[in-house]
Design a binder for this molecule. Structure first.
Ligand SMILES: Nc1ncnc2c1ncn2[C@@H]1O[C@H](COP(=O)(O)OP(=O)(O)OP(=O)(O)O)[C@@H](O)[C@H]1O
Length: 609
């Protein structure tokens, strides 16, 4: 826990000091007021003392408010630093880590858990400091009065306080559970909004609402439980003072009777006992706030421990970040992320798999059982095979989203593990099967992978991806907002935006996971032309679902059950590979029928081999 506060300890100490000074100056006010009244009685001039009293009030208030400001500001800085560290790590997490966790829960750690650090930094520290000081002062005075009675008092406080301290871990536990439930709320909402149309079409609003509300109820339950334990801790303060009072009254009375102490000492001691309520309450408050904070910290640290990728760019954990002493404006513009170095090589990249084995997790079966192929650049290579054969996995391994379990993957003859990750990815353009489009404008989507592209380059790529007409028709052209996940665009438009985005990156290797959904014939033809054009200069790998695409390929890699079973051209494979013949005759058939003008080669007729 201390790690998160260490950079701010001086500011916290300063803020706490100012707050205490401010509070102490309040104590001087009654004395000044007394002097004022005395002078009034003595008919002396009161101007000087009046000025002094006013100055004292203003100064005390000013110091106290500066102290409060310093503490609140520091608390915000602690929250900001924790958020920045988390955000900096979350977007660099390794893909398997993200697949293992719930993104909604991770988000709630950034948004909700971090806010709990605020209370620990302010209330907890001030309460501990002021409570601690007053406690010590009162104890010293009590010791001067009668050490025996002090021992009695402390004995009772320690006994009851010790019992109450058992509540502390319960507070931490309940807070952690409540925060976990908050994470579940985020996860459930993220799931619902992620498939909003499906949610509505499935009539699942009520069920999903109930699920989210159940999570909210769970958060309430644990919040209430935390409150219950907090009140147990609080009531121990009153109880221990009351019991001490009775004990002191009994034992003190006996001591008065035996002449060990005077009655006035006993009375003064009892008064001090009541003075103890405030500092002890503060200490208990500090301890329970600490529990709340430690629960949040545990969740934050858990997220911080997830494995991230090394993008070999500017480290986010700078001094500035750790202290959180900065304006927020510069975040995101400082060149971290993947928008780095130009690719090392030039021209089309070559790709080779050498006996690659891979499984997504240790407890899952192998997806690749020794995949080997060699793709020199440029040109188009189509990967075909039954669903689940491991085609998309090939792309995930080239991009190093996952590490191969065995064998080697070479790009430009160099093992991908030896490539600086950012450089490797800078050389690749990747169009996913569902062509994700992000919320924002069309321009933002295009520039997502190439933020420095010029307007001329954007225009050129729009023409290449046959998007220029679409953009012209959009109400605000490139500045048109496309909605959550590009929901305001058609499927075909989204796909072309995704291709344009990948092309704008000027890749040396284009990975294209063809959509399984049908595009209309015109769009499909347009896209095919784009890809053919690109493949003259760039190495293009396509996971192909349409015969029309396969027909254009210079090379076809047939995959089945995690292995490459054949490589060749369409004509060669139709003759030599029964599975390919079958795929060509069945799976590709519908697609080729939907775009009959697509293929002009004689072998375009559905292969009957
Ligand atoms: N992230 C993942 N975690 C665990 N298993 C996965 C993951 N992605 C894919 N798989 C599994 O790996 C196998 C191969 O998947 P892959 O997506 O590579 O197949 P594919 O040949 O591209 O299929 P399709 O043509 O249907 O897209 C499948 O059995 C799939 O269930």
């Amino acid at each position: 826990m201390y790690r998160h506060f260490r950079p701010h300890r001086a500011a916290v100490a300063f803020g706490a000091f100012l707050t205490l000074i401010g509070a102490a100056s309040g104590l001087a006010q009654p004395l000044a007021a007394k002097a004022l009244v005395d002078r009034l009685g003595a008919d002396d001039s009161i101007t000087g003392i009046l000025v002094l009293l006013t100055a004292l009030v203003i100064l005390g208030t000013a110091i106290e408010s500066v102290g409060a400001y310093v503490l609140e500001r520091t608390a915000e800085s602690v929250v900001l630093a924790a958020r920045r560290t988390l955000i900096g790590r979350l977007l660099r997490l390794r893909l398997p880590e993200v697949e293992r966790t719930q993104p909604g829960d991770l988000m709630s750690r950034v948004t909700s858990d971090t806010t709990l650090l605020r209370a620990v930094t302010t209330q907890s520290v001030v309460s501990a400091a002021s409570g601690g000081l007053t406690f010590i002062a009162t104890i010293v005075l009590m010791a001067l009065m009668d050490p025996v009675l002090l021992c009695v008092t402390l004995g009772v406080i320690v006994l009851i306080g010790g019992a109450a301290s058992l509540a502390m871990p319960k507070i931490a536990q309940a807070t952690r559970r409540a925060q976990e439930a908050v994470g579940t709320i985020s996860t459930a909402l993220e799931r619902a909004f992620g498939a909003f149309r499906t949610l509505k079409a499935s009539g699942a609003e009520r069920r999903e609402t109930e699920a989210v509300q159940e999570a909210a109820l769970e958060a309430w339950r644990h919040g209430v439980r935390a409150a219950k334990w907090q009140s147990v801790a609080w009531s121990s303060v009153g109880l221990s003072v009351q019991v001490s009072f009775l004990a002191v009254l009994g034992i003190g009375g006996a001591r008065v009777a035996s002449g060990a102490i005077s009655v006035s000492t006993l009375v003064a001691f009892l008064l001090f006992l009541f003075y103890l309520i405030d500092p002890v309450s503060r200490l208990v408050e500090a301890a329970s706030q600490y529990q709340v904070g430690s629960a949040a910290i545990a969740r934050i640290v858990q997220a911080e421990r997830l494995e991230t990728e090394e993008l070999e760019t500017e480290e986010l954990e700078t001094e500035e970040l750790r202290t959180g002493e900065f304006g927020t404006g510069e975040f995101g513009r400082e060149g971290h992320g993947t928008e780095v170095a130009d690719p090392v090589g030039a021209g089309p990249a070559s790709v080779a798999f050498e006996d690659v084995t891979f499984r997504y997790r240790d407890d899952l079966p192998y997806v690749h059982h020794g995949v080997s192929f060699d793709v020199p650049g440029p040109g188009m290579t189509a990967f075909v095979g039954p669903s689940g054969a491991g085609k998309t996995t090939v792309f995930g391994l080239i991009e190093r989203f996952y590490e191969a379990t065995g064998g080697r993957i070479l790009v430009d003859g160099k093992d991908v593990r030896e490539w600086p990750l950012a450089e490797l990815r800078a050389a690749i353009g990747y169009v996913e099967q569902d062509a994700p489009v992000l919320a924002g404008t069309v321009r933002e989507n295009l520039l997502f992978a190439a933020p420095d592209a010029t307007d001329a380059e954007v225009r050129e790529v729009l023409v290449r991806a046959r998007l220029d007409g679409v953009v012209e028709r959009l109400p605000e052209g490139l500045e048109t907002v496309v909605g959550h996940r590009g929901s305001k665009l058609s499927g075909g438009e989204r796909q072309r935006v995704a291709i344009a985005r990948a092309l704008l990156r000027k890749p040396r290797l284009l990975l294209l996971d063809e959509a399984t959904s049908q595009l209309d014939a015109v769009n499909e033809l347009a896209l095919r032309d784009v890809v053919t054009e690109v493949s003259r200069e760039v190495t293009v790998l396509v996971v192909a679902h349409r015969l029309s695409t396969v027909m254009l390929a210079d090379r076809i890699v047939v995959m089945d059950a995690g292995k490459v079973r054949a490589v060749g051209t369409h004509a060669e494979l139709v003759a030599a590979d029964p599975l390919y013949g079958e795929l060509a005759a069945t799976q590709f058939l519908t697609a080729s029928e939907s775009a009959p003008e697509s293929v002009s080669a004689p072998e375009s007729a559905p292969a009957s081999a």
